[in-house]
Design a protein around this ligand. Sequence first.
Ligand code: IMP
Ligand code: MG
Length: 206
Amino acid sequence: MEGPTVVTRRSSEAVSVPTLSAHVAEYEDAIERILISEEEIQAKVRELGAQITEDYAGRRPLLVGVLKGAFVSMADLSRHIRLPLEFDFMAVSSYGAATKTSGVVRILKDLDHDLEDRDVILVEDIVDSGLTLNYLLKNLRTRRPATLEVCAMVQKKGIQQVELNIRYRGFEIPPEFVVGYGLDFAERYRNLPYIATLKPEAYGEV
Ligand code: IMP
Ligand code: MG
């Protein structure tokens, strides 16, 4: 099958990339240890995208992202799914600014799409206790989708309080609090291209 025509930019149109400023270095001073590098993440996203493309061939899945954390992985993942995709988002709140789950999930923004008879792929940033995902799956199932699968970029090992079937999983990490690639601490660090732990003193700075 022939792909789309590629139009290359002339070098005179090249975009100049600004050099990283001292502010960036300061921002990343709060990082303790990188658990998953940008390269590892990008390779995994390509792999998951290819797998989804194969599994859903001939269909037009609906990607449902859980805001806010999933916006980064959803954007990257979707560009490796070569199918006519549709997108929707839900916003839920489980923690506030704390770093431990409460088990209480509140829907802050519901979906725009009707899920009936759709092939739905729920995209989550991270599965910690699993309570958020468990609640969302139960909720979405009542809307009678044809299929419902989960893509979670990160799953913390050994601490899920509920049995979960995660069809597309990026990485398993130890049960530590991490930031980056969509994951925040007090709304910061979502834009880091890698997944990392924070230095203890960074938790005091909010
Ligand atoms: P769970 O309900 O305990 O599985 O937690 C799910 C939600 O908590 C995720 O969607 C994240 O928003 C948040 N969360 C859990 N662990 C982390 C973490 O290590 N860093 C940042 N956010 C986290
Ligand atoms: Mg989240």
